[in-house]
Design a protein around this ligand. Structure first.
Ligand SMILES: [Zn+2]
Ligand SMILES: [Zn+2]
Length: 183
């Protein structure tokens, strides 16, 4: 754990959300359906309101580019973007506790729209990253053809790729290179 648990989870969720954008050449939009948003909601332990309709999906889809901008910004620009999101949604930090999850911060009401909650959670997580001066934890995937966001929460700062797919592709490529050079 680099930051608090809720911050770590929010950063990973934000990167996963940003990485559903079809930004890398040849990639497809991976948040095209309500079912895809359902899977994202479950994978990152979201709580609170979840409408499961097209309107909610469209709002979350529209938010992605701002999340990506925030995660990939230089520090001072990240401050501006985080402050902007917090002000826009009148964020009010409150400590809350769910049955399975000890005291942590929510800065929106649980019945606020999902896109609003994601926007504010991402901004709140970035507040921690900025204050700790840990923006080096955020980068762009080392894979040649990939523009995915990488959140590196590893102790030894060893994470270079955005996904298992990119990690495996490069492991295979490195293996082939080694094999070729020993022939
Ligand atoms: Zn919570
Ligand atoms: Zn990647």
């Amino acid at each position: 754990m680099v930051f608090t648990h809720d911050t770590d989870v929010s950063l990973q969720a934000a990167a996963a959300l940003a990485n559903t954008l079809a930004i890398s050449p040849g990639s497809v939009d991976e948040l095209a359906t309500v079912a895809a948003l359902d899977a994202f909601f479950a994978a990152y332990d979201f709580t609170g309101r979840h409408d499961r309709d097209r309107a909610e999906l469209d709002e979350v889809r529209a938010l992605r580019i701002r999340v990506r901008e925030l995660l990939t910004a230089e520090r001072d620009e990240a401050v501006r973007l985080a402050n902007e999101l917090l002000a826009e949604h009148s964020a009010t930090p409150q400590l809350v506790r769910h049955t399975t999850y000890d005291w942590h911060i929510h800065a929106t009401e649980p019945d606020a729209p999902l896109a609003t909650r994601i926007a504010v959670e991402t901004a709140m997580a970035m507040v921690d990253v900025i204050r700790a001066d840990e923006l080096s934890r955020l980068s762009i995937c080392d894979d040649e053809g990939c523009a995915g966001v990488v959140v590196d929460l590893s102790r030894n700062r060893s994470k270079r790729y955005c996904s298992a797919t990119c990690t495996n592709r490069n492991a295979v490529a490195a293996y082939r290179e080694r094999q070729a050079s020993t022939k």
